[in-house]
Design a protein around this ligand. Sequence first.
Ligand SMILES: Nc1ncnc2c1ncn2[C@@H]1O[C@H](COP(=O)(O)OP(=O)(O)O)[C@@H](O)[C@H]1O
Ligand SMILES: [Mg+2]
Length: 229
Amino acid sequence: MIEVVNLSKHFNGSVILDTINFKVDDEKLVVILGPSGTGKTVLLKSIVGLLAVDGGEVFFDGVSLQKVTKKEIYRIRKNIGYVFQGTALFDSINVFENISLPIIEHTSISKINLNKEIKRILKIIGMEGKERLFPKELSGGMRRLVAIGRALALNPKYLFYDEPTTGLDPIACDRIKALINTLKKDYKKSGIVVTHDLEIAREVGDEVYMLKNAKIKKLKKIDKEFYEK
Ligand SMILES: Nc1ncnc2c1ncn2[C@@H]1O[C@H](COP(=O)(O)OP(=O)(O)O)[C@@H](O)[C@H]1O
Ligand SMILES: [Mg+2]
């Protein structure tokens, strides 16, 4: 379980996150909706510790990221797969190498086992046989799939998705949403999706919140409340 307690973040005097509280139960996905520039990426990065917070704490399975040693932060981070906004794939290396990076960096896996592991991940994301292609040779939807594949590389318990469907055509969107749901249901990955896409909120969110004016509010009906002024 992830618990976000009184999380606050500001930049140069402007408050982006003001005492945010919510939790993510195991095997559940929380979606946080908000228009561009409201602080969704800042929230996600603050939760995983990629940005230092100005107040509050985040607990992963009861352990506060703000109170542990560097070594423990490293252990917790390995349990978090992060799908960056816009994928952040490396253009100069192929799909196999992009997905391998975290595994090579964090483990001493043999070449044979690495090959097996990448095959397993490619199968999950539906990209079998595409390992030698470079990001430039892939469609936008396929690049997102590879970014999810890379986030899966260390078999994390949690997945964080930053705008996973933004800018994709409807067919590619459906594929990403289906994968996110499969990862939750069949692979027991819980986590957070931040997005401005109402459809994805409706289709993958066990709980949906709206981020507005640095606060979050739980939504019961997605359409009506989202458009409420
Ligand atoms: N490193 C930073 N330094 C200063 N301001 C930042 C930084 N990162 C984000 N911001 C500001 O925080 C606000 C929220 O940004 P962001 O989280 O990227 O929005 P969203 O992901 O919802 O589009 C924006 O006004 C942005 O300019
Ligand atoms: Mg963003």
